[in-house]
Design a binder for this molecule. Structure first.
Ligand code: PHE
Length: 336
C-alpha cells in the first residue's frame, strides 16, 4: 500500500489529482482508516505491530502529501504575483481634464486688467427693482429710452436686470460721499430673440469711477489703457457721440480692427473700426439721486459685453456658442 501510494503521489502533476489521492489514501473511507478501525478485532500482540505499521504508512503518505501541497501553494503564489505585476512602461490612458469656460476666462482677463488699475469688483442682484435698473439711472417710468432694453418683468416693481448699471446706483448709495472705483460683472437679461449676435441672457461688465475731479480725459485714458492690454499695444480707440440716459455726454467706443486689415474682413466690414462698449460721464441727476452733490463730484461709467469682446478677440461668429457647451467649441480655448 505504501509503495503504491508513494509512487502514485510522486507522479502527481496537478493539484486536483493530489487532493484526490489524499482522500483516497488518508480519507475516512480509505484503506488506512479501515485498518485502524479494524484494530479492535486483533489480538493484543498483533495490535501494536499493526498499529505501528499503519501509522508509519500514514505518516509517510501525509509527509509526501504535505510536501507536494506546499509546492503547489508556492506555485500558486508565484503565478499570482506574476499575473498581477504592473507594467510601468505601458502608455497611460489619457484622462480628460476640465478647463475654464472661454466666457469666464475673458471676464477674468478683463477683471485682472482693471484690478491692475486699482479697481475693486462689486456684484449685485440679478432680480432687480425697477428703481435701480431704470428710475435711479434717469429712466423714469414712461421714458421712451426704456424701449432700448426690452425687459422681463416679474412684478410691476421687480424685473430681471437688463444691465449691470443698477450696481452703480447701489454702490453710490452705500459709499455716499466717498470716492468710488469699481467694476461689476454679471448676467443680464433682455427680451430679445436669440440669433448670432443676440441672446436673451448675456454678460455685462460695468465700470464706475466717482471722484472730486474726474474728467472725460480720464475716461479716455482708462479705456485706451484697457484696450491696449486686451487687444495689444498697437490698438487705437475712437469715441463717437451716443446716448445713454444715465451719462452725459455719452460715447460709444470703437477699437481699431488691426487684426483684419484690408478686404474680406467681416468683423469690421472693412471700416477698420469695431464698436466694443458704451460709456460717458455720469449724469448729474444720477449722482444727485444717489446722494452725491454734482457740484462737488463727477464720474465716468462704461459698460461692455464680454461675449462681444471675446467674439472680436477670437473671431467667434455666433454668440450662442458660449451657452450651448459644445466641447468642440470649448476645446479650442483650453490652452489660451
Ligand atoms: N448699461 C449700458 C447698456 O447696457 C451700457 C453703459 C454702461 C453705457 C455705462 C454707459 C455707461 O447699454
Amino acid at each position: 500500500l505504501k509503495v503504491e501510494a508513494l509512487e502514485k503521489l510522486s507522479k502527481v502533476s496537478i493539484k486536483e489529482e493530489l487532493q484526490e489521492l489524499r482522500v483516497k489514501y488518508l480519507g475516512k473511507k480509505g484503506p488506512l482508516t479501515e485498518i485502524l478501525r479494524g484494530m479492535g478485532s486483533l489480538s493484543a500482540e498483533e495490535r501494536p505491530l499493526i498499529g505501528q505499521v499503519a501509522n508509519d504508512v500514514r505518516e509517510s503518505i501525509e509527509q509526501l502529501v504535505n510536501e507536494k501541497l506546499a509546492y503547489y501553494e508556492q506555485q500558486d503564489t508565484e503565478n499570482r504575483l506574476r499575473s498581477e505585476t504592473i507594467d510601468v512602461t505601458l502608455a497611460g490612458r489619457p484622462s480628460s481634464q476640465g478647463a475654464v469656460h472661454p466666457l469666464n476666462k475673458i471676464v477674468q482677463e478683463i477683471e485682472d486688467i482693471f484690478i491692475g488699475m486699482g479697481y475693486s469688483i462689486v456684484e449685485g442682484p440679478e432680480v432687480e427693482q425697477d428703481y435701480y435698473n431704470f428710475e435711479a439711472l434717469n429712466l423714469p417710468k414712461d421714458h421712451p429710452a426704456r424701449d432700448m432694453q426690452d425687459s422681463f418683468y416679474i412684478t410691476e416693481e421687480l424685473l430681471l436686470r437688463t444691465q449691470t448699471s443698477p450696481i452703480q446706483v447701489r454702490t453710490m448709495e452705500k459709499m455716499k460721499g466717498q470716492p468710488i472705483k469699481i467694476i461689476s460683472p454679471g448676467k443680464v437679461y433682455r427680451r430679445d430673440d436669440d440669433d448670432v449676435t443676440h441672446s436673451h441672457q448675456f454678460t455685462q461688465i460695468e465700470g464706475l469711477v466717482v471722484g472730486r475731479d474726474i474728467r472725460m480725459s480720464d475716461l479716455k485714458g482708462t479705456l485706451l489703457q484697457f484696450v491696449q492690454q486686451l487687444y495689444g499695444p498697437d490698438s487705437q480707440i475712437r469715441m463717437r457721440p451716443s446716448f445713454f440716459p444715465f451719462t452725459e455726454p455719452s460715447v460709444e467706443l470703437d477699437v481699431s480692427c488691426y487684426y483684419c486689415k484690408g478686404a474680406g474682413c467681416r468683423t469690421c466690414k472693412n471700416t477698420g473700426w469695431i464698436e466694443i462698449l458704451g460709456a460717458g460721464m455720469v449724469h448729474p441727476r444720477v449722482l444727485e439721486m444717489a446722494g452725491y452733490d454734482p457740484k462737488e463730484w463727477s464720474g465716468f461709467a462704461f459698460g461692455m459685453g464680454p461675449e462681444r469682446v471675446a467674439m472680436l478677440k477670437y473671431g467667434i461668429d455666433d454668440i450662442r456658442h458660449f451657452y450651448t457647451n459644445d466641447v468642440r467649441f470649448l476645446n479650442q480655448f483650453v490652452h489660451l
